[in-house]
Design a protein around this ligand. Structure first.
Ligand SMILES: [Cu+2]
Length: 146
């Protein structure tokens, strides 16, 4: 019985250690870069996308999207080295077939404030709205992850 109790105690201690390590590593990563802690505010309207910060830190990133309207917009995160205004356009919208779409919200209704949390590697990104005509009207912006 004593041996069993000792094993359980060791197992519990090991679990506690894992939990502590997991906790401390996640808190250090979220406060590591600082620029994206608390998220990046993204304001969409006819016809622009404006970010509160154009840079972020690799890892989980939350975009707090606000659509000031009047149209419904998209929020598409593309990993690319192309300039924000240099993506391939076909019939009024960006041809996404050859691009790396990391994540997206395909319908941000006017007046809504959805959040989009995604995991980003270091690199260059372009965020666009790909409703027909909106990209060419100016709905694109650069985002760099360090
Ligand atoms: Cu749009």
């Amino acid at each position: 019985m004593d041996r069993l109790f000792a094993r359980i105690t060791i197992a519990a201690a090991a679990l506690a250690l894992v939990a502590t390590v997991g906790c401390s590593s996640s808190s250090s990563s979220s406060s590591g870069g600082g620029s994206t802690s608390g998220g990046v505010s993204a304001t969409e309207k006819d016809f622009s996308i404006t970010l509160s910060s154009s840079t972020g830190t690799a890892g989980s990133t939350t975009f707090n999207i606000s659509n000031e309207g009047p149209s419904t917009h998209e929020f598409v995160i593309i990993k690319t080295n192309d300039a924000p205004d240099a993506l391939p356009v076909t019939n009024g919208s960006v041809d996404e077939s050859g691009l790396t779409i990391v994540d997206e919200n395909e319908a941000v209704a006017p007046g809504t404030t959805p959040a989009l949390t995604t995991n980003l590697d270091a690199g260059s990104y372009v965020i666009i709205c790909n409703v027909t005509g909106h990209y060419e009207a100016g709905m694109h912006t650069a985002f760099t992850v360090n």
